[in-house]
Design a protein around this ligand. Structure first.
Ligand SMILES: NC(=O)c1ccc[n+]([C@@H]2O[C@H](COP(=O)([O-])OP(=O)(O)OC[C@H]3O[C@@H](n4cnc5c(N)ncnc54)[C@H](OP(=O)(O)O)[C@@H]3O)[C@@H](O)[C@H]2O)c1
Length: 334
């Protein structure tokens, strides 16, 4: 297995995003299927597993804990706090809340540790910077968790280069996790460079473009009613129809490179920077194997150039998040 450096850890160059086993793209998979995917990833040499307190409001961490805790020494475990399910109305119904207050972070960590059935989380991200709380305070709370031995390292998600620098001054940041793929280039404005300069790893989430770059999502009307992509502008039927126009040329480049569409998306990321670690998510064993096959794909300068020109912020139609989602992130946007 090829590896990349993630702070003090040496992890598989492609990790596994566990989110969609419990959350986001329709109904959660069965516990048996979740177990099959997680164990197959471990057996295939994946050593970075990514979850969050948010996913399935704890259900994803519970699944990861149940299946992987007995193999704990074999992988780097990443989870996230600062955006969780909270019973706001007191009626037992959990709603998604961003809360970066130190006391919320401490409570979230205790709950994560319990669900994950572990004594320590290797990399604990602030899932979103809570704009009501100075990032220094949230990172200060994470630094205390490091000192207490409850987490090993600190990460941030969806932050700007400026916020990364402020946080890094409080405590070294090990990784920034942000959406990055051919069709989401925001990190290229400043975050990728800031990470390189500070020695911070960059973990690319949604590296297969939430399915678009996998090439087989042709009709967004088939998405589950609860699929979060239904609220994302570039997946609206009108915008997606425009985006599908990019696919034939994209598929042609994949064919020339001798790889599948998803492998092309992942290989592009791996070739873009040595500090980039993609974490594709899948519910299927065949896609898991397919994604890991990207490690063997070699892209020449010509293919890289053609991809850059073909799929980028100017050629993609529709923003990645709706107004609410945009207001919650701190990334520079095109
Ligand atoms: N920090 C954050 O705010 C944040 C936000 C979103 C995600 N994440 C993390 O990033 C991980 C990955 O992101 P993601 O799941 O949103 O996006 P992704 O990996 O870009 O795409 C997942 C989608 O692509 C499909 N897919 C995966 N491999 C494929 C292949 N080889 N061929 C064709 N289709 C394929 C999957 O369907 P199948 O199930 O059918 O394979 C799924 O619908 C998550 O699990 C989570 O850990 C973090």
């Amino acid at each position: 297995m090829q590896t990349r450096k993630l702070g003090p850890f040496e992890v598989s160059a492609i990790g596994l995003g566990c989110m969609n086993l419990s959350h986001a793209y329709g109904a959660p998979v069965s516990a048996a299927q979740g177990e099959r995917v997680l164990l197959a990833a471990l057996d295939a040499g994946v050593t970075l597993f990514d979850t969050a307190a948010l996913y399935g409001f704890g259900a994803n961490e519970t699944l990861v804990g149940q299946v992987l805790s007995r193999h704990r020494s074999r992988f780097t475990l990443a989870s996230k706090c600062g955006m969780t399910g909270v019973d706001v109305a007191g009626d037992g119904k959990l709603v998604r809340v961003i809360d970066g207050r130190p006391e919320a972070i401490r409570a979230s960590c205790e709950a994560s540790l319990k669900r994950l059935q572990t004594d320590v989380i290797d990399l604990y991200y602030l899932h979103r910077w809570d704009k009501q709380v100075p990032v220094e305070d949230s990172v200060g709370a994470l630094a205390e968790l490091v000192a207490a031995g409850k987490i090993r390292t600190i990460g941030l998600s969806e932050v700007s280069a400026a916020t990364l620098r402020k946080a890094h001054a409080v405590h070294p940041v090990t990784a920034v996790q942000t959406e990055y793929s051919l069709w989401t280039r925001n990190p290229e404005i400043a975050v990728l460079e800031a990470c390189r300069e500070l020695g911070v790893a960059f973990v690319a989430f949604s590296p297969v473009g939430r399915g678009f770059l996998g090439g087989n999502l042709q009709d967004v009307n088939t998405l589950d009613a609860k699929d979060i992509r239904r609220n994302m502008p570039r997946f609206s039927p009108e915008n997606y129809a425009e985006n599908l126009q990019l696919l034939p040329s994209y598929l042609a480049i994949a064919k020339e490179a001798g790889c599948t569409p998803a492998q092309l998306a992942l290989a592009w990321l791996l070739h873009t920077g040595k500090h980039i670690i993609p974490i594709p998510g899948t519910t299927r064993l065949e896609h898991l194997q397919d994604n890991l096959g990207a490690l063997n794909v070699k892209l020449g300068a010509d293919a890289m150039d053609r991809l850059e020109i073909l799929v980028n912020e100017k050629t993609v139609t529709g923003k990645r998040y709706n107004a609410q989602g945009n207001s919650e992130v701190d990334t520079e946007t095109f």
